[in-house]
Design a protein around this ligand. Structure first.
Ligand SMILES: *Cc1c(COP(=O)(O)O)cnc(C)c1O
Length: 362
């Protein structure tokens, strides 16, 4: 039997460590989801999220994980005769391309080797063919610890291809990395809450542009659960389409308030400092898996240059310290390992963890 009294300390790149004060929010008495108190909770949460994401457009709360929004983006905003350019640089961006196909839309992949970034030039070349109605991109590729240059790509798209929609998976980026939704000209971006929001899994947040809303009016067969038109109608009344996970919204409200008090510039700087710390350790002891110029500030994929037994090291640290970090993703198992540094993880937490890893390998 699992020993629930001793849950391991998490350094995997999601779910990440959740502080006790946040956990308590999930245990508050519930509200009725059509009542006044709930509407106030939703309104305040959405208003704070708009500030965090630098948007005056739509923010939706979704009782689903972020994978649901992969699908929502396509089913709402891409017609069946249109083609999506799916940029792929790792496991998550690759899965999104499959989701596009499974929704019955045409998709073409722009692929780079894992650990490399999607560049502005590559996207520009593809879009210059005029073939694509939308682009999908993952802001921070969690399988490789890589941050794509989304600001530069978005600027280019705004100038040269203003009619192409841009859908951005910010799952392991949102509130850890800069994100100015309106200025970037994005149409949809989203995240699960178990990454940098540092809340238990089971909920997601999405920003949706007015342009995406217009587009979704005329797209057919959107289904029910993720139909932006239906969701927006309820959102006007500060409600959701179906019964939401109210405990998650309570925790989200709590975390948003703390983030705004800290100030987003400071939050991003805090993540950058954790990234700098972990990268300098990784380079001293091993190497980085991702191209350093694009290495992520929310998690690091360490290249296993010493050929250590990663699974055994993770096990040993779990036995001794009740703490786990991540093996490499998929094919990168044993070739790399991953350490999250987002949300409520601190530099002191990281120092403790890398100390234990050193004890095991030296
Ligand atoms: C974790 C993650 C996902 C999947 O999130 P779920 O909550 O499992 O749906 C998608 N994209 C990226 C970049 C992620 O890190």
């Amino acid at each position: 039997m699992v020993d629930w009294k001793k849950p391991p300390r998490l350094f995997i790149p999601g779910p990440v460590k959740v502080n006790d004060d946040v956990l308590k929010q999930l245990a508050r008495p519930t509200l009725g989801h059509r009542g006044k108190e709930y509407a106030q909770l939703q309104k305040e949460t959405v208003d704070m999220l708009k500030k965090l994401l630098y948007t005056e457009q739509n923010v939706f709360l979704s009782t689903s994980s972020a994978s649901g929004i992969w699908e929502a983006a396509i089913r709402n905003c891409v017609d069946f005769d249109e083609t999506v350019l799916a940029t792929c640089c790792g496991a998550f961006s690759g899965k999104w391309a499959q989701v596009v196909e499974s929704c019955g839309r045409k998709v073409e992949q722009l692929e780079v080797d894992w650990g490399k970034a999607i560049t502005t030039k590559m996207v520009d070349e593809k879009l210059s063919t005029g073939k694509y109605a939308a682009v999908t991109i993952v802001y921070n590729e969690t399988s490789t610890g890589l941050t794509n240059p989304v600001y530069e790509i978005s600027k280019m798209m705004k100038e040269k291809y203003p009619d192409v929609l841009i859908f951005v998976d910010s799952v392991s980026a949102m509130v850890g990395l800069p994100l100015h939704f309106d200025d970037l000209g994005w149409d949809i971006t989203f995240a699960s809450v178990q990454k940098a929001f540092a809340i238990p899994p089971g909920f997601a947040v999405a920003a949706v542009s007015e342009r995406a809303m217009e587009k979704s009016k005329n797209v057919k067969n959107k289904g029910y659960y993720f139909d932006f038109q239906q969701i927006a109608k309820k959102a006007e009344k500060n409600q959701t389409l179906s019964t939401p996970s109210i405990p998650h919204i309570m925790a989200l409200h709590y975390q948003c308030k703390k983030l705004l008090e800290e100030g987003m510039e400071n939050v991003w700087e805090r993540h950058k400092k954790m990234g700098d710390f972990l990268r300098s350790w990784a380079k001293e002891k091993f190497d980085l898996f991702a191209d350093e110029k694009f290495a992520s500030n929310t998690l690091t994929a360490v290249k296993n240059t010493r050929g250590i037994n990663v699974a055994q090291t993770i096990d040993a640290i779990q036995q001794k310290h009740n703490t786990i970090f991540g093996n490499g993703y998929g094919n990168l198992k044993e070739k790399s390992f991953r350490i999250a540094h987002m949300g409520d993880i601190t530099i002191d937490d990281l120092k403790e963890l890398v100390g234990w890893i050193e004890e095991e390998i030296e």
